[in-house]
Design a protein around this ligand. Structure first.
Ligand SMILES: [Zn+2]
Length: 397
């Protein structure tokens, strides 16, 4: 026989309420207000319920039953018993239940806070649980100075001079000096080209002052012929050999400066040589020395820097002019090594750089690359044009 069947509906409902209140953290429930019109029956019932020890013990028994169906059945039974109570009784029980709900809610919050505080304390001493602690603690507090802003490099936006309209406009106009200036000067221009971020600058364009011609880089087209060849003014020419206009004007200025400095007169032997001329010259060398010998003494047609119109072989002149081999030891040669860069020329084939340039040293062979690039070449300590522009070595064909 079920113990519940021995109780009246009223006593059962009250017992149920007391059980729930007692189970909720043993918080004492305020006694119901004194009844002013309680009947002897109700008072008797209340006294019997509150003083019956077996009833309290019994009320804890069902806690052991944890099946949801039993819980649901007990809940329905309690509800039916509650409904059967007189209105005043039900109201008083409702007050008790309400107080119980408030107590439970408060206790839940208190327990939750206690758990959170414990977790925080644990996290502060354990790095292993940092992720869990961060999840509990939420996002970190924003410092007063604000969140750090990632540093975004401004270089990225202007990394290539090819995005600069001033550079591309100068390139389109064929104004090499203006393009270099727009790119930030000779060094900046060189760095951009050498690092490969300036595809708009072609080192193969024969009309550019920065064209690179070597044993791996023939002129393109191979029979290129410059359109602005002139004879340098006021310079002794031992051959009827012209230069591109910027190079010719620079040679005139340099020769005058050397003379003014007391270094003596500078003349020149050979400047522009056409593809046709180089072809016959090289063929003559091959007939005498064979291919191997010819390659040591002369460039193959299409591979000579002289064909660009930007190279010149100077000679020292003191009254009469001497030979190419006399340049290195001459006063003119010494002055040129120090000052040619100021006029846009570099010594193209330097001592000890054959493995890169492909040629034995030629103190007489000057190459015009413009004053901006020549300054960068000089100040950067470069000795080959290949390294200056980040190109591979060209020791052989
Ligand atoms: Zn030469």
């Amino acid at each position: 026989m079920s113990p519940d069947s021995e109780l009246s509906p009223r006593r059962a409902a009250r017992a149920e309420a007391e059980r729930l209140a007692t189970a909720a953290l043993s918080v004492p429930v305020a006694p119901a207000p004194a009844e002013t019109s309680a009947s002897p029956t109700r008072r008797a019932l209340r006294e019997a319920g509150s003083s019956t020890a077996p009833l309290r013990r019994r009320s804890f028994a069902p806690v052991e039953d944890s099946t949801s169906s039993s819980e649901g059945g007990r809940l329905r039974a309690a509800t039916e018993r509650f409904s059967a109570l007189p209105t005043a009784r039900r109201r008083r029980l409702a007050v008790v239940a309400g107080a119980f709900a408030v107590v439970v809610a408060t206790a839940t919050v208190a327990v939750g806070l206690a758990i959170g505080a414990g977790a925080d304390a644990t996290a502060s001493t354990s790095t292993d649980d940092s992720a869990v602690a961060a999840a509990i603690a939420g996002p970190p507090a924003v410092p007063s100075e604000g969140l750090p802003v990632p540093a975004v490099s401004a270089v990225a936006a202007t990394a290539t001079p090819c995005d600069d309209p001033a550079v591309t406009a100068a390139l389109s106009a064929g104004d090499d000096a203006a393009a270099i200036a727009a790119a930030g000067g000779g060094s900046a221009f060189r760095e951009a080209v050498a690092s490969g971020i300036a595809p708009c600058v072609s080192l193969s364009d024969p009309n550019r002052e920065w064209v690179v011609v070597n044993k791996q880089r023939p002129l393109d087209p191979v029979d290129y012929y410059p359109g602005d060849l002139i004879m340098p003014a006021n310079v002794r020419a031992l051959e009827d050999s012209a230069l591109r206009t910027p190079a010719a004007n620079a040679l005139t200025a340099m020769v005058k400066a050397a003379s003014d400095a007391g270094a003596g007169e500078i003349g020149y032997l050979s400047a522009f040589r056409s593809y046709t001329t180089q072809k016959s010259t090289y063929a003559g060398r091959v007939r005498v020395s064979g291919v191997e010998g010819a390659d040591r003494e002369s460039a193959r047609p299409g591979y000579s820097e002289h064909q660009s119109g930007l190279a010149v072989d100077i000679v020292p002149c003191n009254g009469s002019c001497r030979t190419l081999d006399d340049v290195a030891a001459s006063a003119q040669g010494a002055w040129v090594r120090e000052h040619s860069w100021e006029f846009g020329f570099v010594t193209r084939y330097a001592e000890g750089r054959e493995a890169v340039s492909g040629y034995e040293p030629e103190a007489w062979h000057l190459r015009y690359i413009g004053p901006e690039l020549a300054r960068a070449y000089h100040e950067g300590g470069f000795t080959t044009l290949e390294e200056f522009f980040g190109l591979p070595a060209a020791p052989t064909y």
